[in-house]
Design a protein around this ligand. Structure first.
Ligand SMILES: Nc1ncnc2c1ncn2[C@@H]1O[C@H](COP(=O)(O)OP(=O)(O)O)[C@@H](O)[C@H]1O
Ligand SMILES: [Mg+2]
Length: 257
């Protein structure tokens, strides 16, 4: 399983979701986390045990895969980290005729094969080559949508379209990206209204479990640890566990990678 978490919008819970899913998945088998966001938030939650090259150096052909993927400080989770050069490397790739997509996709596949377990990919809030390649390679694409924002639906449409478009260009099987309602405050009328619109417009794609908004999420972030690691009994941790079970049993690109 290669799970890519992507959205054109920032602040919707991509990194929080990525960290929670990677942590929960690693309870049963080894997980490789690929940090494709130059801001490297996921890397700061799963720091490699030793410093070294990352995805940027791998894509630039400056380092070998075996040196770029390293154990993280958390058990059974290895990381292909984002380093400061990632933004510049992505801009270079974007200038190629093929936008670097085949090269990035090949790197993801090779890393996934070498890791031998599941892969979780965090991406930047963009539809630039790294995020597009992640969506094209993934067996499962998760698009978080924050129900506390009136703009939730705007970024969502563009991300869903980009996913289908890049998969058809790269001749990958079509999949329905799964939408995850995040930062949900069920008691707030505006959140309920946005969730209602999501259900109406994307019923089949919407994961039937929301991630509640809660201060524990921010506390875990300040501690730079995955939410279910620090607060396993928190409602949001439990919701992420149900979401993971749902993802495992639904949808996806059956052909794998
Ligand atoms: N369920 C939640 N409850 C409360 N705060 C949340 C929740 N999910 C995310 N956040 C907070 O929202 C902000 C954006 O989340 P993040 O995962 O970094 O989003 P993205 O990666 O999409 O930019 C962070 O400060 C994070 O702590
Ligand atoms: Mg992020």
């Amino acid at each position: 399983m290669i799970i890519a978490i992507a959205s054109h919008k920032g602040g919707v819970g991509k990194t929080t979701t990525c960290a929670a899913l990677a942590f929960l998945l690693a309870k049963t088998k080894p997980v490789l986390l690929i940090d494709m966001d130059p801001q490297s938030n996921a890397t700061s939650i799963f720091p490699p045990e030793v410093d070294g090259p990352g995805l940027a150096e791998l894509l630039a052909g400056e380092a070998k895969l075996a040196d770029c993927v390293r154990p993280s400080m958390l058990p059974d989770i290895s990381i292909l980290p984002a380093t400061s050069a990632l933004g510049a490397v992505e801009s270079d790739l974007a200038r190629r005729d093929d936008a670097g997509l085949p090269a990035i996709m090949a790197a993801i596949r090779k890393a996934a094969k070498a890791a031998g377990g599941d892969v979780v990919i965090d991406t930047a809030p963009s539809l630039a080559p790294l995020a597009l390649a992640a969506m094209a390679t993934a067996t499962h694409v998760i698009v978080p949508a924050a129900t506390n924002s009136g703009f939730a639906l705007d970024g969502l449409e563009r991300t869903l379209e980009a996913c289908q478009e890049v998969r058809s260009i790269m001749r990958r099987p079509r999949i329905v990206p799964m939408i995850l309602a995040t930062l949900h405050a069920a008691r707030t009328a505006s959140c309920r209204a946005i969730l209602g619109t999501l259900e109406e417009q994307h019923g089949a794609a919407l994961i039937p479990r929301t991630i509640p908004r809660g201060v524990a999420v921010e506390q875990a972030e300040i501690m730079r640890r995955p939410l279910p690691d620090v607060f396993p009994k928190n409602p949001a941790s439990k919701a992420y566990k149900s979401v993971l079970d749902y993802i495992i049993s639904h949808g996806g690109d059956a052909r794998g990678n």
